[in-house]
Write a protein that binds this ligand. Structure first.
Ligand code: SAH
Length: 514
């Protein structure tokens, strides 16, 4: 859930933006284009088209003038201004109407809400086929059903949108009907989670929504779940204090919009535990977060349990109102998943090979040294080194692939950057049910190193200069340890053996002559 956001940029600045247009033009614009339009609306244009925005903007400017321009614009905006801006932006850029908004409910700022939907479709689901075939879930949709409206309207997908608040669901239903999106958006009123009401059976917000969905429709796998969680812990004082900076009161919201045991961390942890029990229910699970500290904590927990290839994050914050986004998936990663790529560390070295006649021989000699190094079980790792050179003739390079032979099960995936002790919350432990996490690894194990070996054709004074490039992929802390050990030993071994190899080659040459 959002705090501290007025959903307005400084309205005094006139920005160079295209004419807002309530025609169906948004259909032909990409989501990135629309995002940049809603981030920088031209207030003059919006005021010309939308009288209620015009009025609220005039009032805000008058208030600012009355203060002798001492107040900045964001501290003079009223709830009416925020509501009318949201309505105008939705109408202008999405052709969406939001007639049913009560002043005690949260009024969603359009840019970050649209960014989230855009991120899901353009990043998480980028390679997953057409958006209109997708099914999404919005947990805690609120009175506006904002994510449902944006996703169904712009990306033409189907949505299930849930909430515990009867009044919010009723208003959401009216807003959906006002846009004739009833066939695309299924609204579900759900019971509170076990954390909210301990007398109710086990289950968090995701599980409640899955149950309600399967009661209403035939169960189907979701492509994504999203949520903007209640933000505050009921025991925290945060909500009662006014905002730092301009000292305004915090955004209007109802109790269920605002509070959840342990705030947004509690809400997402409960959803994570649900997802561990219902792994097949969705390809991606995700949440928006209002605080960076929540992102850091939750991301560590997710990486600890699932491994980094299962987790994605991003942030969005034009201006000062940054929001963070976290997503996870149970899809088994491939060995060479780019999220497992280790970009830091030394991934290149050269070996000089003087004695051979041509560069191909120099390359194959270095390749056999690398294999020999692997056979020696560096650091006690039992390795398998395979030649995976693409079969194109003539080949001017060799590619080797190093993996572990067999791999032990893994309980957690604590990564190099999260050395701190992670406390796995009880709900998550319970959902894991003592199982090991090996099936979150790729089938080939904890790590892989690709070694690409090539050389310029020309011999220099010191012989052929053979280049060795390493591409390292690690899927767990065990994998990282192996990669580091292998990488640090290989260069020394492969280059240090020069002398030994020279002797062998000289002997071979002599034997050949005899
Ligand atoms: N999605 C809207 C509203 C977010 S506020 C927006 O982005 O503007 C958080 C919402 O979560 C509230 O509407 C609240 O009623 C709802 N909520 C709280 N507990 C819930 C639960 N257990 N299951 C589903 N929704 C819940």
């Amino acid at each position: 859930m959002d705090v501290d956001e007025p959903s307005a940029s400084n309205g005094q600045k006139s920005k160079k933006r295209a004419h807002p247009d309530s025609s169906n033009e948004s259909v032909s614009r990409t989501s990135s284009e629309v995002l940049s339009l809603v981030e920088n609306p031209t207030f003059e244009e919006l005021a010309r088209q939308y009288p209620s925005f015009h009025k609220a903007w005039d009032e805000a400017r008058q208030k600012q003038r009355d203060s002798g321009s001492r107040m900045n614009f964001s501290s003079v905006v009223s709830q009416e201004f925020t509501v009318s801006l949201t309505q105008a932006l939705l109408q202008a850029y999405f052709n969406l109407r939001l007639p049913y908004l009560e002043s005690n409910h949260l009024c969603p700022p359009v840019p970050n809400r649209f960014f989230y939907v855009h991120w899901i479709f353009n990043h998480l689901l980028k390679n997953e086929g057409p958006s209109m075939s997708k099914l999404g879930m919005d947990i805690g949709t609120g009175a506006t059903c904002i994510y449902g409206l944006l996703a169904a309207n712009f990306f033409h997908c189907n949505m299930a949108a849930s909430d515990v608040d009867t009044n919010a669901i009723a208003l959401a239903r009216s807003n959906v009907a006002a846009n004739q999106l009833e066939r695309k958006i299924l609204l579900l009123e759900v019971p509170p989670s076990h954390s909210q009401q301990p007398s109710l059976p086990q289950g968090g917000p995701l599980e409640r929504t899955l149950m309600a969905y399967s009661n209403a429709r035939q169960s189907k796998r979701f492509d994504f779940t999203m949520t903007n969680p209640p933000f505050y812990d009921p025991n925290s004082m945060e909500q009662q204090t006014s905002r730092a900076g301009d000292g305004r009161n915090r955004t209007s919201m109802t109790v269920s919009e605002g509070f959840y045991p342990n705030g947004e961390i509690g809400f997402v942890t409960d959803i994570f535990a649900d997802s561990l029990r219902h792994r097949q229910s969705s390809l991606w699970f995700s949440s928006m977060l209002g605080k960076k500290s929540s992102l850091v904590k939750l991301e560590k927990l997710l990486i600890h349990v699932l491994g980094q290839t299962h987790v994605e994050t991003t942030e969005y914050g034009p201006g000062q109102y940054t929001r963070w986004f976290l997503a996870w998936t149970f899809r088994r990663p491939t060995l060479f998943d780019e999220r497992a790529f280790l970009s830091h560390g030394n991934n290149y070295f050269e070996v000089r090979i003087p004695e051979v006649m041509n560069y191909e021989r120099a390359i194959s000699e270095v390749a056999s040294r690398v294999s020999g190094f692997c056979v020696s079980s560096p650091g006690g790792w039992v390795l398998n080194c395979q030649d995976v050179t693409p079969q194109v003739q003539p080949s001017s390079h060799i590619v080797l692939q190093i993996q572990e032979q067999g791999h032990p099960p893994v309980k957690h995936f604590a990564d190099e950057w999260s050395h701190d002790n992670i406390v796995v919350p009880d709900v998550v432990k319970h959902a894991l049910n003592g199982q090991d996490n090996t099936h979150f690894l790729p089938p080939e194990g904890h790590f892989a190193i690709q070694v690409a070996i090539d050389a310029p054709k020309a011999k220099s004074a010191e012989g052929f200069v053979v280049r060795v490039h390493l591409a390292c992929y690690r899927h767990s802390s065990r994998g990282l340890k192996a990669v580091e050990k292998i990488r640090s030993g290989m260069e020394g071994e492969v280059t240090r053996t020069n002398r030994k190899w020279r002797r062998i080659l000289q002997r071979q040459a002599k034997d050949g002559l005899n």
